[in-house]
Design a protein around this ligand. Structure first.
Ligand code: SF4
Ligand code: SF4
Length: 1006
């Protein structure tokens, strides 16, 4: 037996060792095909500590406590196994062999046996977990959907056998020592294995026991060698390889302080050099193709190491809002797809083309982004479904940096391929021309402050610089233009004023931080905006900034240092919490005569505040100190919070695939029984408000439920206002807002006039969607009822009015007063002429027609065409000087010219990405915002090329975009519909994504 055991073990070892060495070399050569990874070796000591903590203490795995614990046992068993396998070689020659010094040290013995037992229990538990969560019963809601099961079974079987082998071999050792009369043959030295030995080997004599030890040692060594050879043959077997690569992947993670790759995005780099505007302007022609990631080898080596390390555990997939709403994006499948492609392509890169098979040539030429027809590695639907919520990065136990990879691929699609969802044209143009994604006139940025009963200082008007005040209040585009967000802005301003905080705003000196552009891949527009803002911030001597928008907060805090401005940035909930603690703000119970039942409040964590910046406590603490309210947490909260669906510029994109993310989240909020859903971000507020309205319209949510910013709730409490009434009041924009064409109450209204608008007939047929012409439940009558019920005055009388006028809780305008203007069919003639009967299918299918070099010529039709007949759109009654005017609108080709006509009519109208290679001018088609401002100052009409939004053969001013009934800010869904194509991964393709809807666009593309 001994000879057989020695021959088998050593032969397998002799084959396995060089084979594995060769595999490691191959793996390294694949990883080396990636480009340079910048900043991955700083602070080596801190990196080492992080790596040791994450591996040996399983800090990230333990986010899932039970499974993490089981995996920790298995991991430790694996480490112990390595020493057991080593000891096995010696036991082949000497069955009584023990490791020197520690071999009979009781602690080592206890740990070995304990880990052997726990490892066995752990792997059995994990096997059960995998089986209980198997896709055969759970379908795509299984986190293992798409993971490769044979690989998992292989690894599980190996760990089970090897863990058990520790106990078996020690059991045989115990019996042998017992026969030899050794002093170590006691239960003290063999606390568990003694029982195993008695159970399995008690009938064996000395020779039999020695043979048992030889056999078990052979099995241990042979299994380990076979395991190594199998994984060496499968370099993409992450479930096995991560045991070795995770150490490196964690050590080289983006953040040397051990935090996740969230917050700011990695800057745009070429060959490891960060690109600034000057670099972009002087870009060599051959470098143009290196903007972003267009081929798998464009990822950095760390990116390819990421893909190599994925264990296919599916934690990321289980949390991904896109995947959880039946979209084709799974971060796991995306990483797996990239890994398969990287390992298939890399060895072919230097091969002689003559020697390649057809299949290899196909792999080599495979586009990184492309639908099924193009044999793309990643489907466009996958790429553009991401909300950048960061749940995948937060969950990943081996620190894979999904968001950076996704946005790098988006950059290439936008900057080089000019291939992106058509809706993004509109925000890019709005950002370039007007400095905000809606393309609103910047001179209305201060409108939110008009109704306040105190002065809001503006830099350049009331104060010279920010040196004269403590805080810069960064209002943000939504905070300045979006009706619901304006209430938050007003509430924060009033609270700061009440607390005696000295602050100022930039007014029209502020432009968008650039977050939507950057997250959509348009780094050029982002840079423009960031440079402009950084310049203003430097000139005005900004140091401390408070922001109500989680996206502005994140960008200012984490991304503006690249532009030479370091700021102390806080979210408004953090500052308000500080003020409450300092007793400068005192929340109190509602005033006498306004008794209302105790309210339940739940809180939705904005991804860019929570996961991206770890601000979880401040808003919760604020909500918890509001008297008369009970705080109810949603099941998915804090790190595991579920996205609202608006991040990653998704706010401006269609959502046609699967179900709607905002509805999913709203349902969860409603299920807590909350009367108020608190948010801390204007994007979340829009999404959840729309979700809530949909649910209320379908009778699945109580009419009293409302979505409010934390600041509004605090303000109501500080002012002793009944929050319910305050909320009811705020739910409708005030009269001034309604009448103001530069105020928006729904992103779909003032946003892109393309197919981000749901057609009324589409809405009517979709339970999750809100009929546009169905007024929001917050009518005057409803408020009167609420007021009567709670015995409180309406805002148009007495103290409530005073409070409302001054407090960010607006005076309610009657729906009747506003309705004629909002709903008059006379609005229709002001809309650009459209072909009235353009079929919906054509509109939908055109969503991805733009795959190719130029986008605007293939834009889908405008909602104007679909809604002009229903009287819903509201024209801009008074085009303002400097705004894009109807004249300009008319100057462009009619919509029925069809694809291409737009481009023909106005070749200057191409978006940045539309500028074809090879000259990657920084913002190829933009007119700087300053130029716009100049136009406004001079009163000149901007040229037709300045018209911000192109739309299916016509160009429509963003301000002129049709709006729905403005008295119902919550009445229309933000946007829906999504472009389409086929799925990237085998697994996702296998879903049979219910949609040939998915592929509508895809087919149109071909
Ligand atoms: S960032 Fe969010 S939406 Fe994007 S892949 Fe990760 S989990 Fe999914
Ligand atoms: S990317 Fe990370 S979380 Fe997702 S499956 Fe791979 S290892 Fe698991």
């Amino acid at each position: 037996m001994q000879i057989v055991a020695i021959i088998v073990s050593l032969t397998l070892t002799a084959i396995a060792v060089p084979y594995v060495a060769l595999a490691v070399r191959k793996m390294l050569s694949v990883i080396r095909t990636g480009g340079p990874a910048v900043g991955r070796t700083d602070r080596p000591a801190a990196r080492t500590v992080t790596m040791l903590k994450e591996t040996f203490l399983h800090t990230r795995m333990l986010q899932w406590t039970y499974v993490g614990l089981m995996h920790w046992f298995v991991y430790l068993a694996f480490v112990i196994l390595a020493s057991a396998v080593l000891a096995g070689y010696f036991q082949l020659f000497d069955p009584s062999f023990v490791l020197p010094i520690i071999g009979h040290f009781f602690l080592f013995e206890w740990v070995s046996e304990g880990i052997g037992l726990l490892g066995t229990i752990g792997i059995i538990a994990l096997i059960i977990v995998r089986q209980k969560n198997h896709p055969r019963s759970l379908g795509r809601s299984s986190r293992f959907f798409g993971s490769r099961f044979w690989q998992a079974y292989f690894v599980e079987a190996f760990v089970l056998l090897e863990s058990a082998a520790i106990l078996f071999i020690r059991g045989a050792e115990y019996r042998l020592l017992l026969l030899e009369g050794s002093e170590y043959a006691t239960r003290f030295h063999f606390p568990i294995a003694g029982y195993v030995g008695d159970g399995l080997f008690s009938g064996l004599g000395e020779q039999g026991l020695e043979n048992a030890i030889f056999a078990i040692a052979m099995i241990k060594v042979s299994l380990a060698m076979i395991w190594l050879m199998i994984i060496a043959s499968n370099l993409t077997m992450g479930i096995a390889w991560h045991r070795f690569t995770a150490f490196f992947n964690i050590w080289f993670k983006r953040e040397s302080d051990g935090s996740t790759a969230l917050g700011g995005l990695e800057p745009l780099r070429i060959d490891g050099k960060t690109l600034d505007m000057e670099g972009l302007e002087n870009l060599e022609e051959e470098d143009f193709e290196k903007l972003g990631v267009g081929k798998v080898e464009d990822f950095s080596w760390k990116g390819i190491l990421d893909f190599t390390t994925c264990t296919e555990c599916g934690r990321c997939q289980s949390q991904c809002p896109a995947w959880n709403t039946e979209k084709p994006l799974s971060p796991k499948l995306l990483v797996m797809g990239l890994r398969e492609h990287a390992y298939a392509k890399a060895p072919l890169l230097d091969a002689d083309p003559e020697t390649l098979t057809d299949e290899q040539k196909r792999e080599l030429e495979r586009p990184l982004i492309g639908d099924e027809d193009l044999f793309g590695v990643i489907d466009p639907d996958v790429l553009w479904s991401c909300t950048n919520c960061g749940a995948c990065v937060q969950q990943c136990p081996v620190d894979i940096e999904h968001v950076d990879h996704i946005d790098d691929m988006r950059r290439f699609q936008v900057l080089v391929e000019s291939n992106f969802p058509t809706e993004l044209n509109n925000i890019f143009k709005g950002l370039e021309r007007k400095g905000n994604p809606w393309g609103m006139n910047p001179k209305h940025r201060m409108d939110w402050a008009k109704d306040l009963d105190f002065e809001v200082k503006q830099v350049g008007v009331d104060v010279e610089s920010l040196d004269e005040v403590e805080w810069l209040f960064w209002v943000g585009c939504a905070g300045a233009f979006e009706d619901r967000a304006k209430k938050t802005t007003q509430a924060v301003a009033e609270l700061l004023n009440t607390a005696g905080v000295d602050f100022a705003v930039l007014g029209d000196g502020e432009t968008c931080t650039g977050d939507p552009a950057r997250r959509a891949g348009n780094e050029i527009v982002f840079m423009q905006l960031a440079m402009e803002n950084a310049e203003v911030l430097k000139e005005t001597k900004a140091k401390k900034v408070v922001s109500t928008c989680a996206h502005c907060f994140n960008t200012l805090k984490n991304e503006y240092a690249e532009f030479g401005i370091e700021l102390e940035v806080v979210h408004h909930t953090q500052l308000l919490n500080r003020l409450v603690r300092e007793k400068k703000l005192t929340p109190v119970a509602p005033g006498a005569g306004a008794a209302e039942p105790a309210k339940t409040i739940t809180y939705h964590d904005p991804c860019f505040l929570g996961r991206h910046n770890k601000v979880y406590e401040a808003p919760r603490e604020l909500l918890e100190v509001i008297p008369g309210a009970t705080f109810a947490e949603m099941p998915r909260n804090s790190e595991k919070s579920f996205c609202c669906g608006a991040g990653g510029a998704r706010m401006w994109m269609e959502e046609n695939l699967g179900s709607r993310i905002n509805i999913n989240r709203t349902e969860e909020a409603i299920a807590t029984g909350a009367d108020q859903i608190a948010v801390g971000c204007p994007f979340c507020r829009v999404m959840l408000s729309d979700g809530l309205t949909a649910k209320q319209d379908s009778g699945e949510a109580r009419e009293e439920v409302e979505v409010l910013d934390v600041a509004q709730m605090l303000l109501a409490s500080v002012k002793r206002e009944p929050a319910l009434v305050g909320a009811a009041l705020e739910a409708e924009p005030n009269a001034a807002d309604e009448a103001n064409p530069d105020s928006i109450s729904d992103t779909a209204e003032a946003g892109p006039p393309a197919d981000t608008h749901t057609k009324p007939e589409e809405v009517a047929g979709t339970s999750d969607e809100v009929p546009k012409d169905d007024p929001a439940p917050t009518s005057q009558e409803a408020d009167e009822e609420v007021a009567a019920e709670h015995d409180v005055p309406l805002a148009d009388s007495g103290a409530a009015k005073e409070a409302a006028d001054g407090g960010g809780v607006s005076t309610q305008a009657s729906r009747e007063e506003l309705a004629p203007e909002a709903e008059t069919p006379d609005a229709a003639p002001d809309e650009p002429e459209k072909e009235p009967d353009e079929p919906a299918s054509e509109k939908d299918s055109s969503a991805w027609d733009n795959v190719g070099a130029v986008n605007t010529d293939l834009l889908p039709d405008s909602p104007a065409s679909s809604s002009s007949g229903d009287g819903a759109p509201t024209p801009d009654p008074e085009p303002e000087e400097g705004d894009v005017t109807e004249t300009e609108t008319e100057a462009v080709p009619a919509s029925d010219d069809g694809p291409g006509s737009d481009d023909d009519a106005d070749p200057q109208e191409a978006s940045p990405a539309e500028e074809p290679a090879p000259a990657p001018a920084p913002a190829p088609e933009t007119e700087p915002v300053e130029e716009d401002a100049r136009e406004e100052e001079s009163g000149e009409q901007p040229s037709a090329s300045a018209t911000p939004v192109a739309d299916d053969g016509e160009i429509v001013a963003v301000e002129d975009a049709p709006t729905t009934d403005p008295t119902s800010p919550d009445s229309a869904p933000l946007s829906d519909a999504n472009p389409s194509g086929a799925d990237v991964s085998e697994a996702a393709t296998a879903l049979g994504r219910d949609d040939e809807t998915d592929t509508e666009g895809g087919s149109a593309k071909g």
